[in-house]
Structure formats: structure tokens, C-alpha cells
Design a protein around this ligand. Structure first.
Ligand SMILES: NC(=O)c1ccc[n+]([C@@H]2O[C@H](COP(=O)([O-])OP(=O)(O)OC[C@H]3O[C@@H](n4cnc5c(N)ncnc54)[C@H](OP(=O)(O)O)[C@@H]3O)[C@@H](O)[C@H]2O)c1
Length: 281
């Protein structure tokens, strides 16, 4: 973190617990106090070098850059940054410090939580992952055979916290498929193929809302217009689709190929969609 961020943390809360606090400052004699878990460094690179050496390399699993604005301007889109965890706030607040925008040509969303409201502030938690090292990789990935070797692997993202890795939104769909395959009831259908079927499935598990038992609860009533709740009466899989779906369940989700800054679903037009580096299984 930058020196100013360090100073913005109340003394009693410094250093932030459970981690080594690296404070960046150009000043040689800046004193973080005789705190065990706090050190200073004069450059971001020298901080990364320090953390790669004994004993830190054995003790530290992952380096997080937490700000403030000055540090993020240097570090946010830099090649060493593999993922960005961000709280996106949908409220106008007067601010004096700003972070740079996420470079959407390099990062794509992996996970976005549903919107929550706290103190009247609508917010969601979003994780972006790096899918390209540089902007020129885009051409490389699409046009040359190097594309295959530079193709990203889902396992490259297993460094993400498990609860983020598992919450890629395609998992919601895959879990539903899994549920229908494992506990669906055999049912006849109009075309005589036969289905495995479950009734009343819905895709809004994150808030713990269950359509049949929760629709009179406070949390249900507090849902915000714009939350996407997909309630499916009869969720079913045709018998001749079971095998392909079992195969699909083996594929781990990749970052979504489409990214756009638009937030309001009604403001999308067809030209907003651009398919870049489409990489199906
Ligand atoms: N909302 C959030 O998630 C969040 C997160 C973090 C911070 N913040 C807020 O952001 C504000 C601080 O941000 P800020 O942009 O003003 O300052 P900052 O980035 O926290 O710190 C800037 C200072 O860091 C040092 N520094 C910057 N680049 C450096 C580099 N490459 N190498 C070595 N040292 C470097 C310099 O210290 P010297 O002047 O000592 O050389 C510089 O003055 C605070 O209000 C804090 O609460 C918010």
C-alpha cells in the first residue's frame, strides 16, 4: 500500500492483521514503528523482489496491492497483476482519490455478485482476471498458430480464492444441470423422448432465496429491481441430452468473452457486442 493509505488506517488497526504490510514510500527514513508485520519499500519492484526472497517466499502466498490511487495507477493494469477484486458502487459520492479504470482489453470478468444494498448504497463485488498480457496479444491470439500455445487454461485461475473460482456464473447453470441429472424425476414429454425433470428451480442461490419458502421473507421483499431471478417451472433434460451434458460438466468455465461498460440492460444495442478471442471447449 502507499504511504498515504497506511496513514489513513487508524493507528489501532495498523498493521492490517494476518498479513505482512508493505508500505511504499520514497522516503528512506519513514518509520512504520517497530511493528512486526510492517516494512517499507522504495519501489513496487523492490517490494516484489523482497517478497520473493526468504523467508517471505515461504510465508506469503499471494501479493495484494490495496491502493491508494497513486499506487493503483502504477500497478492496476501492470503485467504482474493477474486479477482485480473490486467493489463496484452505483452511487455518486464526492471523492478526492481515484483509481484508473480496468483495461477491458486485458481483463475480463470472472465473477460478479448480485447487487446488494447497504446504507442505501447499491454495490456488487466483481473479480476480473487477466486474459492477455498486452493489447497486441489480441491480434496474436486470433490470427496466428501461436494462438493455440497462448490459449489460456482455466487452471491458470485456480489461484483465485475458492469462493470466487467456484462462483463463475456459469457454475450456477452447471450446478443446476448437475442437480437435474442427479435428482431429476423421469417424466414423459410431448415428443416421447422422456426427460429428467425438477420443478421450481431458480437461479438466485446466492442470497439464499428459495422461491417456495422465501417469497414472504424480508430478504425477498428487499430485492432490487434489476436483479435477475430466473424461475424455471419445469427444469428438464431430454434423455438423449444426458450424455452431452455429462461431458459439458467436465468443462470448467472460462472468463466470459463479452465485456462492456454498460450497466443498464435497456441500454444495450447489437453493436455493443464484440466477440474477441472466442475460445469454446
Ligand atoms: N476505497 C479503497 O479501497 C481504498 C484503498 C486504499 C486507499 N484508499 C484511500 O486512498 C487515499 C490515499 O491514496 P493516494 O493516492 O492519495 O495515496 P497512496 O497511493 O496511498 O500513497 C501515495 C504515496 O505512496 C508513495 N508512493 C507512490 N508511488 C510509489 C512508488 N512507485 N514507489 C514508492 N513509493 C510510492 C509516496 O509516498 P512518499 O510521499 O512518502 O514518498 C506517495 O506519496 C486515502 O484516503 C485512502 O483511505 C481507499
Amino acid at each position: 500500500m502507499g504511504r498515504k493509505t497506511w496513514e489513513s488506517i487508524p493507528r489501532k488497526n495498523r498493521p492490517l492483521p494476518g498479513r505482512l504490510n508493505v508500505v511504499l514510500t520514497h522516503s528512506r527514513d519513514y518509520d512504520v514503528g517497530s511493528l512486526e508485520d510492517a516494512v517499507t519499500c522504495a519501489r513496487i519492484n523492490s517490494a516484489l523482489e523482497l517478497l520473493g526472497m526468504r523467508p517471505y517466499d515461504l510465508l506469503i502466498e499471494r501479493v495484494f496491492v490495496i491502493g491508494g490511487g497513486q499506487i493503483l495507477r502504477e500497478a492496476l493494469n501492470a503485467p504482474a497483476c493477474d486479477a482485480i477484486h473490486i467493489t463496484e458502487i452505483e452511487t455518486d459520492i464526492e471523492c478526492d482519490t481515484f483509481m484508473p479504470p480496468v483495461d477491458n482489453s486485458l481483463f475480463q470478468p470472472w465473477y460478479s455478485s448480485f447487487l446488494s444494498v447497504e446504507n442505501n448504497i447499491r454495490h456488487s463485488f466483481v473479480t476480473y482476471v487477466r486474459v492477455r498480457r498486452t493489447a497486441t496479444d489480441i491480434g496474436t491470439q486470433i490470427n496466428t498458430t501461436k494462438a493455440l500455445s497462448s490459449k489460456f487454461e482455466v487452471h491458470d485461475f485456480s489461484f483465485l480464492p475458492q469462493m470466487v473460482f467456484d462462483r463463475h456464473q456459469e457454475h450456477l447453470y452447471l450446478k443446476l444441470v448437475q442437480e437435474v441429472l442427479s435428482s431429476g424425476n423421469l417424466k414423459d414429454d410431448r415428443i416421447g423422448m422422456g426427460t429428467l425433470s425438477k420443478f421450481g428451480c431458480q437461479v438466485l442461490q446466492e442470497k439464499g432465496i428459495h422461491i417456495w419458502d422465501g417469497n414472504a421473507s424480508r430478504i425477498y421483499l428487499d430485492l432490487i429491481p434489476g436483479d435477475f431471478i430466473h424461475v424455471i417451472g419445469d427444469t428438464h433434460v431430454y434423455r438423449n441430452h444426458i450424455e452431452p451434458l455429462q461431458e459439458q460438466l467436465q468443462n470448467l468455465p472460462k472468463p466470459f468473452p463479452i465485456n462492456t461498460q454498460k450497466k443498464n440492460i435497456d441500454s444495450f444495442v447489437a453493436t455493443d457486442f464484440e466477440l474477441v478471442g472466442y475460445d469454446p471447449h
